[in-house]
Design a protein around this ligand. Structure first.
Ligand code: NDP
Length: 297
């Protein structure tokens, strides 16, 4: 049985980061503009701390200006919004990212809406979501942008006419990736928890994007032979090996059952090292885009 081509997200992210670094050098050298990213972390969530550290390190490595604001979990809403407003007004900052989820008691939507849409490098502000849905230039969410880069590297620039099925309709992943696929002239279906006969819907896909958050929910026999599968899911599960599982050891798996899918798909992203590494690289790219637009370059 032939095996699917593995889509290497690490290599794609490395190449995007080097492209960003050379664009940063160019902006500095020719225009004296150093793209600046501010990341705000509220509370002590361990996963968020890892993500925030990585965003800070990678932006510095790309030659960008990088600041991280760490606030305690009991920070009042008005203090957090005050910080966002001061970053909106800071000319050295072109991108603002407030790490989600926020601790209980803070209103995530209100915080995102306080970010200047031109600095909303996470692409979550309603203005950017609206621009994206109208096909206008927007700062688009990073993970969906990463999915599109991987798809174009795999299938070529022209995706027009392909049937795309996106499983998941979140504001963070499902909806924006569907909008980007539509902009690329795919015929797009968005599936979700109320979709009837999800297996049949998935089998129609030339491009299947899984963004559900349920480990290995999509088995190989839901995949059309030769389809390109982008697995966004990141789920922590116990090891299959009972001895390791008994020690409480865990591993990451996607929303697609990789073992069965890789014999049917034409190309597939692994988990880890598929979509995951693209997210921060796309955040850096969005910050450069924001800096260019803010300075009219
Ligand atoms: P959400 O929980 O916000 O959304 C999940 C979506 O899946 C919802 O639209 C939900 O439908 C749908 N869904 C849930 N159960 C089913 C089901 N049984 N059948 C069909 N659809 C279902 O998750 P996110 O979009 O934020 O994240 C999805 C996954 O992607 C997670 O594993 C997350 O960890 C991962 N992720 C990875 C990133 C990366 O960098 N690679 C970045 C962001 C997320 P409904 O709307 O009807 O409830």
């Amino acid at each position: 049985m032939s095996e699917a081509r593995l889509i290497d997200g690490r290599a794609a992210a490395d190449s995007l980061r080097s492209q960003v670094a050379s664009e940063v050098a160019d902006l500095k050298g020719r225009f004296g503009v150093t793209p600046g990213l501010a990341v705000v972390l509220v509370g002590e969530d361990p996963a968020s701390q890892v993500y925030v550290r990585s965003k800070g390190e990678q932006s510095l490595a790309a030659g960008m200006h990088s600041v991280t604001h760490r606030l305690s979990a009991d920070t009042p809403q008005d203090v957090l919004i005050g910080l966002v407003r001061s970053l909106n007004a800071d000319p050295a900052i072109h991108g603002i990212l407030v790490q989600m989820p926020l601790p209980r008691g803070l209103d995530e939507k209100a915080v995102v809406e306080a970010i200047d849409p031109d600095k909303d490098v996470d692409g979550l502000h309603v203005v950017n979501a609206g621009r994206l849905s109208q096909g206008l230039p927007a700062l688009s969410p990073c993970t969906p942008v990463g999915c599109m880069i991987l798809l174009r590297q795999t299938l070529g620039e022209d995706l027009s006419g392909l049937r795309a099925v996106v499983v998941g309709r979140s504001i963070l992943v499902g909806r924006p990736v569907a909008q980007l696929l539509l902009q690329a002239d795919c015929t797009v279906t968005i599936a979700h928890s109320r979709t009837r006969d999800l297996a049949a819907v998935c089998r129609e896909a030339d491009i299947l994007v899984a963004a559900v958050g349920r480990p290995r929910m999509i088995p190989g026999d839901w995949i059309r032979p030769g389809a390109t599968v982008i697995d966004v899911g990141i789920n922590r599960v116990p090891f299959d090996d009972p001895a390791k599982a008994a020690e409480g050891r865990t591993k990451l798996v996607g929303d697609v059952d990789f073992k069965s899918a890789r014999h049917i798909a034409g190309a597939i992203t692994p988990v880890p090292n598929g979509v995951g590494p693209m997210t921060v690289a796309c955040l850096l790219a969005n910050t450069v885009t924001a800096a260019r637009r803010i300075h009219g370059l």
